[in-house]
Design a protein around this ligand. Sequence first.
Ligand code: AKG
Length: 259
Amino acid sequence: MSSPPSPERIHQHVQDIRMAGYTVLDESLPEATITAMLSAFDPLLEAKRATEPPNRGANRFQMDLPFEPPFADPLLYAHPTVLAIVEALFGPDYICTYFASDTPFPGAEYQKVHLDCRLPFPESPYGVPTYSVVLNVPLVDYTEDNGPLEIWPGGTHMIAQPEDMERLAAMMPSVRLKLKAGNLLLRDARLWHRGTPNTGSRSRPNLAVVYSRGWFRFEYHPRRIQIPRTTFEGFSQPLKQMFRYCAILNPDGTISDVE
Ligand SMILES: O=C(O)CCC(=O)C(=O)O
């Protein structure tokens, strides 16, 4: 186990998110964790794919993750370095409202360049400080062929959303991230990005967890994370606070609000 990052390294990650719109942690999730998650993920998504059409473009699926092992691992939803960065960005009052995945299968095409949240002041040319970040964790290595995530760093998270985004994006520098399975990518939810074509031979699952300032109302997450009651009751107070907008899944299958 590597030692936790220094306060200076946390500050550097925070600055990278503020300035470039993203950072990749020095640590990764353990190989055994990723192997277990991939083994559980593939059949789950295959079952969805057998009964539902693609929901994020051709051969591309968004799927919520069940809040159960192997996905409900504190290393994924409460990674100490991720939470240290989130707290340094947002202060102690932050929430987690999304626990899901994006997966292009072979044949997936370019997505439109997009943001993952609405801008609070869309009429303003000026950005506000970061209020929401997406944690992405690939379950397989991103390669040139399997549709790596493409991002537009260097300020797109701080500008107004133009109507001709595709045309502007084509003129601006972008990066296709060559992440390794288990890497931890943290990006400002406003950072311009898109999925790219998967011309490889297998799917490229990418887990996505979203953290926001406590006041942020996340309209892009219509389905609440459903956490089993016993799991929620075992959380520390800060985790209960972080998941306060989730739904509690009762043993009889009914859903409750967090009291
Ligand atoms: O390809 C990815 O991993 C990201 C896809 C994405 O940004 C989306 O579906 O909104």
